[in-house]
Design a protein around this ligand. Sequence first.
Ligand code: C5P
Length: 396
Amino acid sequence: MLKDKTVVLGVTGSIAAYKAADIASKLAQSGAKVLTVMTGSAREFVTPLTFRSVTGQPVITDMFDSQSQFSVQHVSLADMADAILIAPATAQIMAKLVAGLADDMISLTVLATKAPVVIAPAMDHNMWESPVTQNNVTRLRARGFTIVGPGKGHLASGKEGWGRLEDTEKVLGALRMTMGRKGDLLGRRFVVTAGGTQEPIDPVRVITNRSSGKMGYAIAEAARDRGAEVTLVTAPTALAQPVGINTIPVNTAREMNQAVAKAVLNADVLIMAAAVADYQVASPSLSKIKKEATGRLTLELERTPDILGETKGSFLRVGFAAESEGLVRNAAQKLKSKALDLIVANDITQADSGFGTDTNRVVIIDRAGSVEALPLLTKYEVAERILDRVNALSKV
Ligand code: C5P
């Protein structure tokens, strides 16, 4: 969604300014045109050359540079911006924005723009917790600005507390969410599941699978980025909790079943991307199972609830089928037996798709029998294509 969008990145004078170079780089890698604006104090921490190098675009530092196409005479930056991201944002810039000051290129641009604004504060924790700053944050939120972070942890002052610039992924998630607020899924309620469930054998051991959760998280984020209200029911993964998504962590298929049953009560769409265990241990041991010197250990397994099969309601239902043979035939059968609207079939024998990878090659089959084979795409792109199909179906 950032491709060919113009993002104005405001960098202000916090030690976290060096981290803004990573944000700028990731934005540029996503295809955005990044125009960096730096305050004088930001330039004390990091040079404009860094940003020019990672974005391939000019860096704006001077309001009165008559040579610059972005000078104050024409507030062109404010007009060109599809979004403005201020990262890191000091207490000072937030106070200026609240007051409507326009004496530096960032505050001037924000005052003059109609584009969405995202602010990632970074400062000492006493400054962050000061009632003045907190009041300013409330007022900026009331103006519709998104505030992401700060995080908690080690601060440059040597202390621990709230004030760290939020992680790049979260800052970019907040930006994408804010830019997508008026997207084509505005107001639609999605429930998405992700990850591989873990079925206990005893207090320390589980039966699980190789699902990374990446496909489900990509769907949840892509739906959020198009304005949907998203609940993500997730089995354990190594992925960070996404910004702006109601995330419900679960461990087992049974827990996922309960969480999904509750979440779908007022949902428009259920997308089951989770790799749900088909079997659970019939009676998990309450204490750690001791190993014996010889012989075998037999575990008795029983079926888990079929979540898709059991959840009923008037929402659209999308399932996944991970297959190692007869991809389309088996997926089409599942679509029928689980009464789905769409099924997304994955050939898990291919190295570049399926479990753990960042890319996926899938076939989408709908209830009318049409079969759409997609090329190799990133999981986010696959998510977009699934959402396009969901959107079209829900209009029928
Ligand atoms: O039958 P199979 O497990 O291959 O079906 C896959 C689809 O069903 C996936 O969307 C998966 O999330 C869902 N599923 C489920 N409950 C289970 C097992 C799988 O909802 N117990």
